[in-house]
Design a binder for this molecule. Structure first.
Ligand SMILES: [Fe+2]
Length: 300
């Protein structure tokens, strides 16, 4: 369903042409079937779209996203004893309290339970404070000034798992902190790679990704009060199934480079770039988001 503002814009023949090209590009690129793939799919849609409607702008558009690529030689960092005893005890207490209560999960929470075997709490006030306090350390590891994204507490249960995926650049860097766990539970990271293109979307298969020798996956094991710092939007990552009946409580703090606020939000690309055609594409992305929100509201 088109909203009234979009119907008005469509009366402009130039906008209508861009809109039709944008619709075509979304269909040509199709889907990317992994968790958190929305941004990377939209980047591919935008590349296809600009190639069709304004090829002269394509090079500068693509180059602008270099800021969201890892520095050469970036390696996963292991951080020992991240928090002092008092902070660590408070984190454990909060996680245990949340695990113990049986609040209704809601549709988003139910999806997390089904897809990952985990219960998730987003942006708890205490964890937001901790995340902010870690900005200098995270920035040093990234080699550039970072700003905070969202964070979430992730309480994995006995059927916990995390299929191979690559994150959106809004979560370009992740600090993955281990609170408590029943057993060691490795997370596997690929080397840093170029963003997947439509060719990867079309042949995507989780097992093939895991077995791809060229990706050079390496396992990392976390222990309580240790953390990993990785570049999830340029490194494939996954966890195999947790020890049956086990548990693992993790905290994920997301960061992205300061000054890239509009780059990491595809609906804001028209505001960021001096490319009028992108307006039609951004409107289409906004429509997709509105549909998604409506479906979530319906499920509530
Ligand atoms: Fe991830």
């Amino acid at each position: 369903m088109l909203d009234d503002a979009l119907k008005t814009k469509l009366r402009d023949p130039a906008y209508l042409d861009w809109h039709l090209a944008a619709v075509r590009s979304t269909h040509v690129i199709g889907r990317a079937d992994w968790y958190d793939s929305v941004f990377l799919r939209r980047f591919e849609v935008a590349r296809h779209f600009l190639g069709a409607v304004n090829p002269d702008a394509l090079g500068a558009f693509v180059a602008a996203f270099d800021q969201l690529k890892p520095p050469p030689g970036f390696k996963v960092a292991v951080l020992d004893n991240l928090f002092d005893d008092a902070v660590r005890a408070r984190i454990v207490e909060i996680a245990r309290e949340i695990r113990a209560d049986n609040l209704k999960a809601g549709p988003k929470g139910e999806w997390e339970a089904k897809a990952f075997g985990r219960r998730v709490i987003w942006d708890h006030p205490f964890f937001l404070e901790l995340q902010q306090g870690l900005v200098p350390q995270a920035s040093e590891l990234a080699g550039c000034e970072l700003r905070t994204g969202y964070n979430f507490l992730s309480l994995y249960s006995g059927d916990g798992r995390c299929a191979p995926h690559m994150d959106q650049p809004y979560s370009m860097y992740t600090l993955d902190y281990c609170i408590e766990q029943s057993d060691e539970w490795p997370i596997h990271f690929s080397r840093t790679v170029e963003w997947p293109t439509v060719d990867t979307f079309r042949r995507f298969d989780a097992d093939t990704i895991k077995q791809d020798a060229d990706l050079a996956f390496e396992p990392y094991v976390l222990h309580p009060n240790q953390a990993l710092f990785f570049n999830g939007s340029s490194q494939w990552h996954y966890r195999d199934s947790i020890t049956p009946g086990g548990f693992c409580d993790l905290l994920f703090f997301h960061y992205s480079p300061a000054g890239c606020e509009k780059l990491v939000e595809p609906v804001l690309w028209r505001d960021h770039f001096d490319i009028p055609e992108l307006g039609a594409l951004c409107d289409l992305f906004a429509q997709e988001d509105a549909r998604e929100r409506a479906l979530e509201a319906e499920a509530n």
